[in-house]
Ligand binder design. Structure first.
Ligand code: URA
Length: 268
């Protein structure tokens, strides 16, 4: 095996630290007592506040577009007028605020069963997703398909979307502003699909929907009440590709998800 040069070594170490921080949070030691204080959210009322403020932010840009002497149509009204995913996709297609500062990207709306019991939410489209207009079709998507197959789900059985509907430049992490602009559309999409369970793939997805800045290690392992459904968080398949040692926790998470979806679907 060839010895890595200094640049390769530094880049490996930097990637390792980024991954570690993503999973374990800031580089501080958390005592047992502190960990116990970090209790899971058992009500979604706090989450509602951030969802409402995301809506107000986008509304401000809409009211500038109202025709003279006409009552402004709020984003909420436009979203509520969408009675199915097709109508919502049309609205998203026309929404400038869903774009990132990367020009010429295409809308990556979502794919799958519109009545799915399980909805998966990733971070943002990458290069391949932007080319095909479909979420999770690149390398991470191939792994996601295998993870789904391991719990007896086909890709067509679930619904897949992202926090952002357009690709950020250089696949950087979506900014808070971009996530807040996108959130009202995603929430309407969730309400139209009405899944029994949402599985957030990665920290960006989990922390955005739960409005909670925490490490993935703390977020995973629980089911959180969320808009008449339940929400769980696990590692992003792209992180798993770089860190195969996280296969085990993902395997544990998805088995719990499968069991919960089966339980909840019995009444559907
Ligand atoms: N990563 C994501 O978070 N979403 C995709 O659609 C592809 C890769």
């Amino acid at each position: 095996m060839s010895t890595p040069n200094k640049e390769e070594l530094l880049s490996d170490i930097a990637q390792f630290l980024i991954d570690e921080q993503e999973i374990y949070g800031a580089f501080t030691f958390t005592s047992k007592e502190e960990e116990e204080i970090l209790t899971p959210i058992d009500s979604d009322s706090e989450i509602k506040n951030v969802h409402e403020s995301a809506l107000e932010t986008v509304d401000k840009s809409f009211s500038n577009k109202k025709p003279e002497n006409q009552k402004p149509i709020t984003l909420n009204e436009r979203l509520e007028a969408c009675q199915d995913l097709k109508q919502l996709q049309q609205l998203c297609d026309e929404a400038d605020e869903l774009h990132t500062d990367l020009e010429g990207t295409r809308l990556v709306f979502g794919v799958g069963d519109p009545n799915a019991n399980l909805m998966l939410i990733g971070e943002a489209p990458g290069e391949q997703e932007d080319k095909e207009g479909e979420p999770f079709v690149g390398a991470a998507g191939q792994l996601l398909n295998k993870i789904l197959a391991a719990i007896d789900f086909k890709r067509e059985d679930v619904y897949i979307a992202n926090i952002l509907k357009h690709r950020p430049p250089g696949n950087r992490n979506p900014s808070r502003e971009e996530r807040m602009r996108s959130l009202p559309y995603l929430l309407r999409q969730i309400d139209l699909v009405r899944p029994k369970l949402i599985l957030c793939l990665g920290k960006v997805s989990g922390t955005t929907l739960l409005d909670r800045d925490d490490s993935l290690k703390n977020l995973r392992g629980d089911f959180y009440p969320f808009r008449n459904t339940l929400l769980a968080v696990t590692y992003h398949p792209a992180a798993l590709l770089r860190n195969p040692q996280w296969k085990r926790p993902v395997w544990e998470d998805v088995q719990k998800v499968q069991k919960k979806v089966t339980e909840l679907s019995e009444g559907k």
